[in-house]
Design a protein. Structure first.
Length: 100
């Protein structure tokens, strides 16, 4: 609740694990979020997806949200389920493709 002015959160190439907390939806100024090449699992909480209607919106050339939501190594299930990422990445091959 104390990070309401947070604009960028880059935790890519980081061994951090767990899930994305719903409180991330309180970061209404978040415009750049990278969670590629982490051990974060689960899915994007709806609170995070709702930020895509605010600063985390790539349609206005403002926000970018990368996550490992492409099939892992082209054959396995993605590490992270996301219906609102602007760019989906493959955790193993490190390839990211714009999803918007």
């Amino acid at each position: 609740g104390n990070l309401d002015k947070l604009q960028q959160l880059l935790i890519n190439n980081n061994p951090i694990s767990g899930i994305i907390p719903t409180e991330i939806g309180l970061c209404e100024n978040l415009a750049l979020l990278h969670i590629h090449k982490t051990n974060i699992v689960g899915s994007a909480p709806i609170e995070l997806c709702l930020l895509r209607e605010k600063s985390l919106n790539s349609e206005n050339d403002v926000g970018v949200f990368y996550a490992d939501c492409r099939p892992n190594n082209k054959t396995q299930a993605p590490f992270f389920a996301c219906d609102c990422c602007s760019d989906c990445c493959d955790h193993t091959t490190k390839v990211c493709i714009a999803d918007d």
